[in-house]
Unconditional design. Structure first.
Length: 158
């Protein structure tokens, strides 16, 4: 004689879509905002996720988990799209004028001392020792300024 298991009641039948929306919307926007850094994009991702949950509502056993995973996947997709756009933008920067404009914008976002160290090194073709002497700082400080300046430039580009 086969064992009979009690029928499982789906969570979605105990919870209405409106209740889920009221309960989880703000938390999901915070989660998305933390990952994608813009409020508008986070809200769009969450709205898309709720739409996907709504479309599959009758088949979901755990709508909260599905919603969270959908929001996270939406964030990953957005970050991937941004990376592709950045990569394509870099390919489009083929003329010297455009490159100079772009580099000027990147350098403008870096502190003055770090920017000076970068310019001396990569435009002035100075050695670490020469940079330290020109800036009147120890060699270790000049090295640190270059390292941190490059890190700032990478952040500005990304």
């Amino acid at each position: 004689m086969p064992i009979a298991f009690p029928s499982t009641t789906r969570t979605s039948s105990l919870l209405t879509f409106d209740q889920l929306y009221q309960e989880r919307y703000q938390a999901m926007v915070r989660l998305a905002r933390y990952r994608v850094d813009t409020q508008a994009q986070a809200e769009d991702i969450v709205q898309d996720a709720f739409h996907q949950v709504w479309q599959r509502w009758d088949t979901l056993d755990q709508p909260r988990s599905y919603l969270r995973r959908t929001v996270i996947n939406g964030c990953h997709n957005e970050l991937r799209r941004r990376k592709v756009r950045r990569d394509n933008d870099h390919k489009l920067l083929d003329s010297d004028d455009t490159n100079e404009e772009y580099l000027t914008d990147v350098l403008a976002g870096i502190s003055e001392r770090r920017r000076l160290a970068l310019v001396l090194r990569y435009y002035g073709d100075r050695t670490l020792k020469e940079i330290a002497e020109l800036m009147n700082v120890p060699t270790g400080t000049a090295k640190s300024l270059l390292h941190r300046g490059l890190a700032d430039a990478r952040l500005a580009i990304n």
